[in-house]
Design a protein around this ligand. Structure first.
Ligand SMILES: NC(=O)c1ccc[n+]([C@@H]2O[C@H](COP(=O)([O-])OP(=O)(O)OC[C@H]3O[C@@H](n4cnc5c(N)ncnc54)[C@H](O)[C@@H]3O)[C@@H](O)[C@H]2O)c1
Length: 262
């Protein structure tokens, strides 16, 4: 069976796109033909990532904004609609994952994680949805949640809470945006090595996290980008309000516990 689709003529916003999963998603969408509006915290980071994408033959426009700032996100989306003429896909990817045991967790860090991961997703998705509704062409919204939404991980009580919030935010948006032909889904990645984001995590944790997938290999940013591409594609035309776990089977059960002893 040959399956082909193209995002040519469409505009995709990816927040936190300067590195890691966001850069992989922007690359995949760009290779499928979309023009990329690439957001990150600073103009330098957004422009450097766009230069990388342009070198790969992808049309890319940098948009610096802090997703915690609702007015800045609204202004960014307005600029995209004005300058690029449309917004078809929004990927709320920007996120942070500092790791601090619950008993030591300061309110400042709690707020930073919730503000970035949950409120930032709200800002991005609402601004994008409003632009899509105004244009009347429908759209697709994809939010990056995490496997941490389904089960707690030591030191990540704030992160888990923020990503569980993203799951229900996704479902709420899916209900209310379906009449506008806007599909909303979230991706729950397992552990994925990225150049910057995991720098603070213990090597022993990373080794174990890399080795747990029943599929027998660690996940890659491209695995997550492919899932995003699927959700943005016509193949997912009847999929909305769902959470797509992409973890090589890690959360399916305990692959290492074999009653027959093999
Ligand atoms: N890597 C993993 O194992 C993994 C697993 C599950 C979920 N996730 C989620 O995927 C997303 C991307 O993760 P990653 O590993 O690529 O992270 P990363 O740290 O490598 O990249 C995140 C990007 O977001 C940007 N960013 C941070 N705060 C921002 C803000 N307020 N406004 C705009 N941009 C901001 C950063 O500058 C950075 O470029 C996050 O939401 C993360 O929680 C990652």
């Amino acid at each position: 069976m040959s399956v082909q689709f193209s995002l040519a003529g469409q505009v995709a916003l990816v927040t936190g796109g300067a590195t890691g999963l966001g850069l992989a998603i922007a690359t995949a969408f760009g290779r499928a033909g979309a023009t990329i509006a690439l957001n990150d915290l600073t103009p330098d980071r957004a422009e450097a990532a766009c230069a990388t994408l342009r070198a790969r033959g992808i049309a890319c426009h940098p948009h610096a904004a802090d997703v915690r700032d609702g007015a800045a996100v609204a202004a960014m989306v307005a600029a995209i609609a004005r300058d690029l003429g449309r917004l078809d896909i929004a990927v709320a990817n920007a996120g942070i994952y500092p790791n601090t045991p619950f008993l030591d967790l300061a309110e400042d860090e709690w707020r930073r994680v919730i503000d970035t991961n949950l409120t930032g997703t709200f800002h991005t998705c609402q601004a994008a949805a409003r632009a899509m509704v105004r244009a009347g062409r429908g759209g697709r919204i994809i939010a990056l949640s995490s496997g941490a939404a389904n089960g707690a991980i030591w030191g990540w009580s704030h992160y888990c809470a923020s990503k569980a919030g993203v799951v229900l935010l996704t479902k709420g948006m899916a209900l209310e945006l379906a009449p506008h032909d806007i599909r909303v889904n979230s991706i729950l990645p397992g552990y994925i090595d990225v150049p910057e984001g995991g720098a603070h995590l213990a090597p022993a944790y990373k080794d174990r996290a890399r080795g747990t997938a029943p599929l027998g290999r660690p996940g890659t940013p491209e695995d997550i980008a492919n899932a995003a591409l699927l959700l943005a594609s016509p193949l997912a035309a009847y999929i909305t309000g769902t959470t797509l776990v992409v973890d090589g089977g890690t959360s399916a059960g305990c692959a290492g516990l074999r009653p027959a002893g093999e």
